[in-house]
Design a protein around this ligand. Sequence first.
Ligand SMILES: Cc1cc2nc3c(=O)[nH]c(=O)nc-3n(C[C@H](O)[C@H](O)[C@H](O)COP(=O)(O)OP(=O)(O)OC[C@H]3O[C@@H](n4cnc5c(N)ncnc54)[C@H](O)[C@@H]3O)c2cc1C
Length: 265
Amino acid sequence: MARSRRAPPRLAEVKRADRITPNMLRVTFGGDALTGFPVDAASANIKLLLPHDQQDEAAYIASLQGEGEKPVKRTYTVVEYRSDSNELDIDFALHEHSGPATQFALNAEPGDKVGIAGPSAPKLVDTDADWFLIAGDMTALPAIEANLKQLPQDAIGHVVLEVQHDDDRRAFTLSERVNVQWLINPEPQSGNSKLADIVMALPWLDGTPAIWVAGEASTVRELRSYFAKARQVDRLHRYTSGYWQIGRDEDEFQMVKRQDTDLTN
Ligand SMILES: Cc1cc2nc3c(=O)[nH]c(=O)nc-3n(C[C@H](O)[C@H](O)[C@H](O)COP(=O)(O)OP(=O)(O)OC[C@H]3O[C@@H](n4cnc5c(N)ncnc54)[C@H](O)[C@@H]3O)c2cc1C
């Protein structure tokens, strides 16, 4: 029996894959099914719907239409959709113990087809805030870049970014009063990230902040607690989201997330 679902996924086609920095692979998708994708979705997330190991194409295509076993689902961020060329960019942070999404990106060849569901609403900070605190690791870099692009020219605040290698850093055009710190961690899966410590040591500024933090779940959990309890930041002014978890693939992580309000509040 067909499963119920919201909008049906689009069957997108790989146009190209470019290694934009040592540990970031940008896959550009196209194909007729992408026509009409929202142009203002930078920072929103999509679900990549991937085939199971050894699944034949017919069974995979049927799964995208709601028949049989559900496809493997992984969450990624819209970098940009260009309606003139009908192209959608997604950036894949490469990591050890890579799962099906990373493997898909590493092996992507022009013409490969994949299901894409979404996008969600964009994940952007409120630009009317008095100051900004934005932090995350490479999985959050696409959404953080979209956020930085929309900050006011006279914005004040802090940005802390954890990347695996010096050359994974990106250049941003930003107000001089936004202080950007890069943290290099070649082994994000080792549990030795200093991101939370660095963020908690930042000077706290006056007025209402807009907080945006995403990355490994235990780092985000520590920061969520710091903003809520130590800094009394109202939920309306903070987005703190675990994007992945050490030792758990996304299926397990999403299941735990649904049961553990500490990972979502
Ligand atoms: C809202 C949202 C937006 C996201 N946007 C992006 C994005 O734009 N780009 C992006 O790269 N990721 C993004 N992620 C994170 C991405 O969904 C996860 O990293 C996902 O687990 C990768 O799938 P996989 O199949 O490669 O690995 P999985 O099969 O899920 O996991 C396999 C193993 O890899 C480990 N692992 C997963 N991610 C990492 C990592 N980054 N570093 C080290 N080890 C890891 C897991 O702990 C597990 O042990 C986003 C997540 C969310 C919730």
